[in-house]
Design a protein around this ligand. Structure first.
Ligand code: MN
Length: 697
């Protein structure tokens, strides 16, 4: 642990005129307030805020931030009060400590309570002063570093999941890549221990075979550039296990197919040298088409600047190269934090508050925690393009954004009334993907309203959240009407007539706030007939079959977009699971056949009516079909079934398709919760030594 004088010395080293007495007072204050409290590691509790303050000195942050780090847990966990902090350390520190305390309170809530409303407060607390976020990120990083001391596996996993889903993306969003990488790595180790072990093991194996190749390549790059008179520093590094894992999952490849495990950084003196260097490298080695990215002329939204390219070395090895100046390098690794460094004095860079406001808007329009997460994730990642209104106003959108995203970016009302667009003067449909520099004039109509099918091409979190909201409110009205019809039908089965009083009692008994709510719940099949009858006349549903005797699949799956009472079945050709985009084919006598949007059956079924469908909120547990190619040696099949078991996936059927000296090919039908579950299983399979290939059919 950092001692008091060491901490003060560190601050004085970059901030010679810092208020030493105040720093000392803050150190003593946190030690006194936390007193004999202990960490899970057995260390005194105050070692934690001191380490967090230490992390903040590495970023050379201003004294207020260092003091906030020291005090960040006092108000939440000790008898200290904000008033006392203000009296002793001034209003600025008090405000910052208050912000961090608010975040901790939200963190302590259960996942359910934390949902939309609280994430909103969370973002608001940060948006008042982004230094609150910096302290929070350092706090989380230190907690992750000491996570292994926590005994409960469930708690470790919860913290790791939260880090992966909220804090690492926030660190990325503000450009603090060092923090992001370390958080992801520590969380990955916790969440996917088997994959972590496999990948780190394989990397160690590669390293032992490599014998100086990395240094040799770094030297070759360095010589190629210094030969042309440039001052350069080059070093190679292995990609970290989590980014390899992510690549495996995204590109659907296994470990052996990830060819660019090595990445090289080249630091040069000036912007011009960056471009000279890339020119030289591209003439020395072959560049892989499509991999060159210029983040200097178009920086990432978080301010990241660099040139990226991938080269083929000695006709065999692919390697990634990043070229940047020393200045860019510093900003790239520490992002937003660089703007509060002591010398810069707290100038918030352009656009660094705007994105928080965007996030808050998304939170406001989101329906539940899961949807929120999906929407915000999309807002946080992704490269950008730029498009203009006819009057020349500039809008930044993620790559792949369509006209509908643009319309929503300009204004929510414009989005909801959009019917088409003129792009660069030509009429184009709403689904058109925009290119950099497009001038977009949205055509609107008062009678138009957002369509569910727009979700098929809208990519921004904002547009998706707004479309869902609009569709949902329209749907709610329709569902309540359907629900009322069903309700009347159910009530008709009862021997006595159901009046206003009985209905009002049923609403109360079932815990709804209004009759409208009850009708909507019936319309969405959240309540079954039995529950409604029981609520109206207790004891009346005795002779109906119990829900657990109903066919299993129809209970677990609900589908939106069907007329109430319409029969459906999940197609056997493509085995859609919740999370897949789906479409229905209306077939006479069969009802609606639900296919995944990519299914070939949709082409041959083009003469049937298409029905726009989506999965109901609580859908879970469909059967997915995988094809796995295993190495033909003893024990591989057992290893694979072990992977299914570890992922809690039930095997429904397993069938050998073919087998030769090298490989055995199997088709496996699995009960998976949803698409995310199935994807995780496939990724785990691909990480295994036993598996040559794993795909969905
Ligand atoms: Mn803390």
């Amino acid at each position: 642990m950092l001692r008091q004088y060491e901490l003060v010395e560190r601050v004085k080293a970059y901030a010679p005129d810092a208020d030493e007495a105040m720093l000392n007072r803050a150190y003593v204050y946190t030690v006194q307030k936390h007193g004999s409290q202990k960490r899970a590691s057995g260390d005194p509790y105050f070692s934690h805020p001191v380490e967090v303050a230490g992390l903040m000195t590495e970023l050379k942050l201003d004294v207020d931030t260092i003091i906030t780090a020291l005090l960040h847990d006092t108000v939440e966990d000790t008898l200290a009060t904000i008033e006392e902090v203000e009296r002793l350390f001034g209003p600025d520190v008090a405000r910052l400590v208050d912000g961090v305390t608010k975040l901790s309170k939200i963190e302590a809530m259960s996942e359910k309570e934390r949902a939309a409303e609280n994430l909103r407060k969370f973002l608001l607390a940060m948006s008042e002063d982004l230094r609150v976020l910096l302290v929070k990120l350092a706090d989380r990083l230190h907690n992750m570093r000491t996570l292994h001391y926590i005994k409960s596996e469930e708690k470790r996993r919860r913290i790791a999941k939260e880090t992966m889903e909220i804090y690492a993306p926030l660190a990325e969003r503000v450009g603090m890549y060092e923090y992001m990488r370390e958080m992801q790595l520590l969380a990955f180790e916790q969440l996917e221990p088997a994959a972590y072990a496999t990948i780190t093991g394989r990397l160690a194996q590669l390293r032992s075979q490599d014998s100086g190749q990395v240094d040799a390549i770094a030297l070759a790059i360095s010589q190629a550039l210094s030969g042309a008179g440039m001052q350069v520093k080059v070093w190679g590094r292995e990609k970290h296990p989590y980014s390899i894992w992510k690549k495996m999952a995204e590109r659907h490849v296994n470990f052996d197919q990830i060819t660019d495990i090595m990445a090289f950084r080249v630091l040069v003196g000036s912007d011009a040298d960056c471009y000279r260097a890339i020119g030289l490298l591209h003439t020395t080695w072959q560049a892989i088409p499509g991999r060159f990215k210029d983040y200097i002329s178009t920086p990432k939204v978080n301010g990241y600047k660099s040139l990226h390219t991938s080269l083929i070395y000695e006709n065999s090895m692919r390697m990634e190269v990043q070229i940047r100046t020393w200045d860019m390098h510093e900003t790239n690794e520490y992002g937003l934090a660089a703007h509060w460094s002591y010398k810069q004095g707290g100038v918030v860079p352009d656009g660094q508050v705007g994105w928080l406001r965007d996030l808050i808007e998304i939170v406001d329009a989101s329906h539940d925690a899961e949807e929120l997460l999906e929407n915000t994730k999309m807002a946080i990642y992704q490269d950008r393009i730029f498009a203009f209104t006819p009057k020349g106003a500039l809008f930044q959108l993620p790559k792949g954004a369509t006209t509908v995203d643009f319309a929503y970016a300009v204004h929510s009302d414009l989005g909801s009334m959009a019917v088409g667009a003129k792009i660069n003067g030509r009429h184009m449909p709403l689904r058109t993907t925009l290119a950099n520099g497009d001038v977009v004039e949205v055509i609107k109509s008062r009678n138009a309203s957002p369509q569910l099918s727009w979700l098929g091409f809208a990519v921004t979190g904002k547009a998706r959240a707004e479309i869902r909201r609009a569709v949902r409110s329209k749907e709610r009205g329709e569902l309540a009407a359907i629900g009322r019809k069903l309700f009347e039908e159910i009530a008709g089965r009862l021997p006595s007539k159901v009046g206003k009083k009985a209905t009002a009692d049923a609403v109360k008994r079932l815990g709804f706030k209004s009759e409208e709510e009850l009708m909507a719940a019936i319309g969405t099949a959240k309540l079954d007939d039995r529950q409604v009858m029981e609520a109206l006349v207790p004891g009346s549903a005795k002779n109906l079959p119990a829900p657990d005797q109903w066919p299993k699949q129809e209970r677990a799956i609900s589908i939106k977009g069907l007329t109430a009472g319409m029969a459906f079945q999940l197609a056997q050709c493509c085995h859609p699971v919740p999370g897949d985009r789906i479409v229905g084919l209306r077939k006479p006598g069969v009802g609606v056949e639900v296919h995944s949007i990519a299914c070939d059956a949709l082409i041959s079924g083009a003469d049937h009516d298409w029905v726009d469908l989506s999965w109901g909120e609580r859908s879970a547990g469909a059967i997915g079909r995988l094809r796995c190619v295993l190495y033909n040696r003893p024990g591989t099949l057992a290893e694979v079934t072990g992977i299914f078991a570890a992922n809690m996936a039930n095997i429904v059927q397993i069938q050998m398709i073919s087998r030769d000296d090298l490989f055995g090919t199997y088709e496996v039908d699995l009960e998976a919760r949803d698409l995310a579950h199935l994807t995780r299983i496939i990724s785990s399979l691909r990480a295994s030594d036993a598996v040559a290939q794993a795909d969905r059919l």
